[in-house]
Write a protein that binds this ligand. Structure first.
Ligand code: E4P
Length: 219
């Protein structure tokens, strides 16, 4: 399973990239606006740090504007993935870009039939938003299950990129279902390392070792 981080915070991206766990980055207009940086500079900076796919979202909502924006964004670096919303013009754009060999991430997916449309449009990634579905009292993870089943039925190449992740259980369930990618906030990636028994066990090993008076490096 690939791990992407969902952030526009360069310091966080650099820090987590150094762990070797980051396979890509997703951004959205809200994250980009909150960064306070020029969008094009921000995407260029992220692409300098991470070799894997870096999603940069168009902000137009009609085909011509989205295609013009995509032309600007794709020039930034070869790993820029154009992110388009799951609306009719967005999928038209997805088809045109993917036919031209550009990676496309179709975002704001909330139903399995929407995901089917995105796969037919040649999307590289489909981004179903599990947390936002949970927020309105529906089961976000059952959408991932449905999409994984449907894509397997037809051997679609589109990768299921689980988005709007709120906690490690979303990642565990997505991995069980065979989703290809999980994009998560930096905090959630850090949570994956944590277990109280790891901390407790390490503390007791260190205490016992200290009593021995030895050091490995000291000979
Ligand atoms: C994914 O590409 C989106 O940027 C993101 O996962 C949205 O998450 P949110 O629902 O926490 O805003």
């Amino acid at each position: 399973m690939k791990f992407f981080i969902d952030t526009a915070d360069i310091a966080e991206i650099k820090d987590l990239a150094s762990t070797g766990m980051v396979d890509g980055v997703t951004t959205n207009p809200s994250l980009a606006a909150a960064s306070g940086k020029s969008f094009l500079d921000l995407i260029a900076e992220i692409c300098d740090v991470v070799d894997g796919p870096v999603s940069a979202e168009v902000t137009g909502t009609d085909f011509d504007t989205m295609m013009k924006e995509a032309a600007v964004l794709r020039k930034i670096a070869p790993n820029v993935t154009i992110k388009v919303p799951l609306i009719p013009d967005g999928l038209k754009c997805c088809k045109a870009l993917s036919d031209d060999g550009v990676m496309v991430n179709v975002t704001l997916c909330f139903s399995a039939t929407q995901a089917l449309l995105a796969a037919k449009a040649g999307a590289t990634f489909i981004s179903p938003f599990v947390g936002r579905l949970d927020d309105i009292g529906t089961d976000g993870m059952s959408l991932i299950d449905d999409i994984c089943d449907i894509y397997a039925n037809y051997d679609f190449d589109t990768e299921v990129l689980v988005a709007s992740i709120r906690h490690p259980m979303h990642i565990l369930e997505a991995a069980r279902m065979g989703a290809h990618v999980a994009t998560m906030p930096p905090k959630t990636l850090r949570q994956l390392y944590k277990h109280p028994l790891t901390d407790k066990g390490l503390q007791s090993f260190m205490d016992d070792w200290a009593k021995s008076g030895q050091t490995i490096l000291g000979g």
